[in-house]
Design a protein around this ligand. Structure first.
Ligand code: B12
Ligand code: SF4
Length: 482
């Protein structure tokens, strides 16, 4: 008996500046029944000519799905989608991911997009593919008959835009295993310059930070994979792909210390020779004692990312971080003691941020940097990413967000310091970023005199006449931009 023909589902990851594996497409692709569907993932970041790479797969495909983040990736998503839709006018086009989760209706202002998916995509997309497999194609830039599928917004053939009810949050353990064969893992190693696997072990986040879109998109729900399943999957992946490091892309990996400990026990017992890195909140770090930190280190933990955001407790409370500064220092001490590197990102320039708050942030940065040369403290300027409570307040007070997809695709570049940072503040922060980077780095022969000078400046908060910075910006212009 000839095998029944499988429906081809073509998924696209737009171009971006980093080479994290396209986990969203891997998860939704893995959840489709492989007996019925053939999934093709094309990553615009890997292809010289993404359209040429897509072309052989689109004739007769069941649908074309694109994952879309707010900002620069929208530009490529729009360009590629328009060209695909122009060549294949009856091919259903589905957008999912963070931007369509927040702007499901607005994305449909683009006639080349027919359906948008909000929130978790695994089950919604599988149900949608089952519906399309019954033979539904695009008619008059719309799709019919999908009113019964929760979690999506669509245009029907009369041109009406319809919003289906939201899909209840699903436990990730009910989803199919991640099938990394859908992507060419070694090509990502090449582009990253290291054998590092990206992996997602949880979806959503239970916290409520007012600058973040997660509480809006996931409604403070969280689900994490069972540690046995994670270990099984990771062991299988290690046997196949021989990575040296795993980069967990979870929003908050350390939500439950027991889950993390069970996972570390498994890594140790199975002797999987890999290091790993993940995101931790400072309060979570304080709930994990020294024995657990020691075990995590033994299992390969090399680095955590702990968002501090502000050195001012008042500001932290305003942004609903639900973290005390003491918790930041307690977690930092534990990491330093156990040789775990930390990236502590900060944000300055929140709307109406008081002057003292900036100085408090610089003081906390200095204190953290002096605790370990393995601590990094990048400082970002607040950008009103949509979906967050602060952005909603700013809009209520007259701040204008972009309206069209084309405007959203420029969002990252427009006045990158934001309207809430005065030129004086910007100058101070930029100079501070330069000097703190040098002042606290691991001592290094020929830069020692410069380091001493930078430390002297940081100790006194004296960044006037930054001759060293001007010279090095001139000598190393790329570094100056980073
Ligand atoms: C990896 C990553 C990146 C990678 C993107 C890799 C890629 N695919 O190209 C890079 C480094 C490029 C990146 C960049 C940025 N990122 Co980023 N990133 C992430 C991170 C850590 C993981 C994404 C991921 O793989 N998740 C795992 C998958 C399974 O979940 P998911 O993406 O949500 O996908 C699910 C659904 O959304 C849906 N879905 C997604 N795509 C599709 C497509 C279809 C067709 C369907 C049906 C469904 C669907 O189904 C999936 C399964 O449920 C997330 C945080 C997180 N944990 O999600 C932040 C996150 C997405 N990034 C964020 C931000 C702010 C940024 C940056 C501004 C930089 C920054 N400050 O981090 C830039 C913005 C983009 C730009 N201008 O370049 C925000 C949200 C941004 C937004 N509004 O779009 C997040 C949520 C972090 C946060 N809490 O603030 N990022
Ligand atoms: S910033 Fe992190 S902890 Fe806070 S809501 Fe967003 S994902 Fe959760």
């Amino acid at each position: 008996m000839p095998e029944p023909k499988r429906h081809k589902v073509v998924l696209y990851n737009p171009t971006a500046v980093f080479f994290t594996m396209p986990l969203a497409l891997v998860t939704i692709g893995s959840h489709l029944d492989p007996e019925r569907y053939e999934v093709v993932i094309i990553d615009g970041r890997l292809e010289k000519d993404p359209l040429a790479a897509l072309a052989p797969h689109l004739d007769g495909a069941l649908c074309f799905g694109v994952t879309v983040l707010t900002g620069a990736p929208i530009q490529d998503a729009v360009t590629v989608t328009r060209k695909v839709a122009a060549r294949h006018p009856d091919l259903p086009v589905v957008w999912g991911g963070w931007h369509p989760s927040m702007f499901g209706k607005e994305c449909l202002d683009e006639p080349a997009v027919h359906i948008t998916v909000q929130g978790q995509g695994e089950v919604t997309f599988a149900e949608l593919c089952d519906h399309l497999a019954e033979g539904h194609r695009v008619q008059h830039q719309g799709i019919e008959g999908i009113e019964g599928i929760p979690g999506l917004t669509y245009r029907d053939p009369t041109g009406q835009i319809l919003v289906n009810p939201p899909r209840p949050f699903n436990d990730m353990n009910d989803f199919a295993r991640h099938n990394y064969e859908l992507i060419e893992v070694p090509r990502y190693y090449g582009l990253k310059g290291k054998k590092q696997l990206d992996y997602i072990s949880s979806e959503g986040c239970p916290y409520r930070c007012a600058f973040c879109a997660d509480p809006f998109v996931y409604q403070r729900k969280w689900a994490g994979l069972d540690p046995d399943r994670m270990a099984d999957e990771i062991e299988g992946l290690w046997q196949r792909y021989r990575f040296d490091d795993i980069n967990f892309q979870d929003e908050t990996f350390f939500t439950y210390p027991k889950r993390v400990e069970a996972f570390a026990d498994q890594l140790i017992a199975r002797q999987i020779p890999t290091t790993w890195a993940a995101t931790m909140r400072a309060d979570q770090g304080t709930r994990m004692d020294d024995d657990l930190f020691a075990k995590l280190k033994r299992s390969g933990l090399r680095r955590v990312l702990i968002g501090v955001e502000s050195g001012s407790q008042e500001m932290m409370d305003r942004i609903k971080k639900d973290i005390k500064l003491e918790q930041v220092f307690t977690s930092a001490e534990r990491c330093a003691r156990h040789g775990v590197a930390v990236n502590f990102p900060f944000i300055v320039g929140f709307p109406e941020e008081p002057e003292e708050s900036l100085q408090a942030t610089l003081d906390v940065v200095k204190r953290l940097r002096s605790m370990s040369p393995d601590f990094e403290t990048p400082i970002f300027y607040f950008r009103p990413y949509p979906g967050s409570a602060i952005t909603q307040d700013a809009v209520a007070q007259g701040h204008q967000l972009p309206c069209t997809l084309d405007e959203w695709s420029d969002f990252d570049f427009v006045d990158s310091k934001g309207p809430w940072v005065t030129p004086d503040k910007f100058r101070k922060v930029e100079r501070f970023k330069y000097y703190q980077r040098i002042a606290y780095q691991r001592p290094n022969g020929w830069t020692r005199p410069l380091q001493k000078l930078a430390r002297w400046r940081c100790d006194r908060d004296n960044y006037a006449l930054p001759v060293e910075k001007v010279v090095s910006d001139w000598l190393f212009p790329r570094e100056a931009l980073s």
